[in-house]
Design a protein around this ligand. Structure first.
Ligand code: HXC
Ligand code: NAP
Length: 293
């Protein structure tokens, strides 16, 4: 067994109906595939209906499950309500919302137009708010309980990060939303959690954040103490656990899955890992000698 193995028992999500925003590609697609394998019915939503249809067909063929493609731009509340109603009409109920859709690009902040900044805030923060409100209010109104929302953030939601400032700003808001509603809406039988992934290669993120010319200059694995990027199944395992009833007592948590990446950037003396082993004898002697003066 290794970290690419599937973790949960086969019926872990049997009977659950799940909505995955941005489920047609990247990490959303990988999580959707595992949810289907675990017995859930999954609706995938994004702006591009053709992409969603292709993904749904591929995943249904691969898993034998039910995957419903629904077009929806999460920036628009009317579209989110229409998506919710379309999923309810097909599935009868929804138990789990996974807010995974996002937009991002690398740019010095002073180069951004107001519209560019808004575009990212609208997809990430407003989109997550729109979906959370549409499903949350519905669950409250219908007294439908044992539901949960999982939000995908990043580690720079709390560290901040240069050159992706709209994304960092929006993800910080999503994290605050997660923790706030974990308390406020627990009385309605809802749980709220988040996952903060480190680098997991996907076309959507990699093409936008590491254009070809930059790929050689920035080796992401060097930023990770475990010296590798994440495998999609590792993330899918964690997501499936958090949305499942096995995590019924996990509420308001953000789970980091980044091989230690953000802590490597944070620790003041972590740069010392570049000192070769043989130099430590010399350094120790120098430091002790100073102490005796
Ligand atoms: C500066 C830019 C820009 C860039 C777009 N804009 N790209 N400004 N640098 N590279 C500006 C445009 O000029 C425009 O402003 C405004 O942003 C909106 O652009 P549109 O192309 O009209 O927007 P839209 O078609 O809605 O597309 C949204 C998008 C696009 C975010 C720009 O990239 C997209 O669809 N992304 C979805 C998928 C994605 O980003 N996935 C990566 C998630 S990765 P003006 O003023 O000219 O009108 C992630 C990982 C985090 O979050 C951590 C990784 C380790
Ligand atoms: P991705 O494939 O580009 O996924 C983003 C998805 O969001 C796409 O399916 C896209 O579909 C959808 N989307 C974008 N704008 C939308 C809108 N307005 N309405 C509805 N859907 C929209 O990138 P990814 O790497 O898998 O990212 C998935 C999540 O993981 C994101 O939340 C991201 O911030 C997070 N994350 C990723 C990494 C990583 O290393 N990959 C690291 C940390 C966090 P359409 O284009 O069809 O709309």
């Amino acid at each position: 067994m290794n970290y690419t193995a599937k973790m949960l028992r086969d019926d872990a999500l049997k009977g659950k109906n799940i909505v995955v925003t941005g489920g047609g590609s990247g990490l959303g697609k990988s999580m959707t595939k595992y949810f289907l394998e675990l017995g859930a019915q999954v609706a995938i939503t994004s702006r591009n209906l053709d992409k969603l249809k292709n993904t749904a067909k591929e995943l249904e063929e691969a898993t034998g499950g039910t995957c419903l493609p629904v077009q929806c731009d999460v920036r628009h509340y009317d579209q989110v309500e229409a998506m919710r109603d379309q999923v309810l009409a097909s599935f009868g109920s929804v138990d789990i919302l996974l807010n995974n859709a996002a937009g991002n690009f690398i740019a010095p902040t002073e180069r951004l137009s107001a519209n560019a900044f808004d575009t990212i805030i609208d997809i990430v923060l407003k989109g997550t708010k729109n979906c959370t409100l549409a499903f949350g209010k519905y669950w409250i109104d219908t007294k439908y309980t044992n539901t949960n929302v999982l939000n995908i953030v990043t580690t720079y939601a709390w560290t901040g990060s240069s050159y992706v400032v709209p994304s960092a700003t929006a993800k910080a808001g999503v994290l605050a939303l997660t923790r706030s509603l974990a308390v406020e809406w627990a009385k309605y039988g809802m749980r709220f959690n988040a996952i903060a992934p480190g680098p997991f290669p996907t076309k959507g993120a990699w093409d936008r954040l590491f254009p070809e010319e930059l790929k050689d200059k920035f080796d992401m694995t060097k930023q990770v103490p475990l010296r590798r990027v994440g495998d999609h199944q590792e993330l899918a395992n964690l997501a499936a656990y958090l949305v499942s009833d096995f995590a019924a007592y996990v509420n308001g948590e953000v789970v980091t899955i980044d091989g230690g990446e953000w802590l490597q950037g944070a620790g003041q003396f972590n740069l010392f890992q570049d000192i070769p082993e043989h130099m430590w004898d010399q350094l120790e002697a120098m430091i002790k000698a100073k102490g005796k003066k």
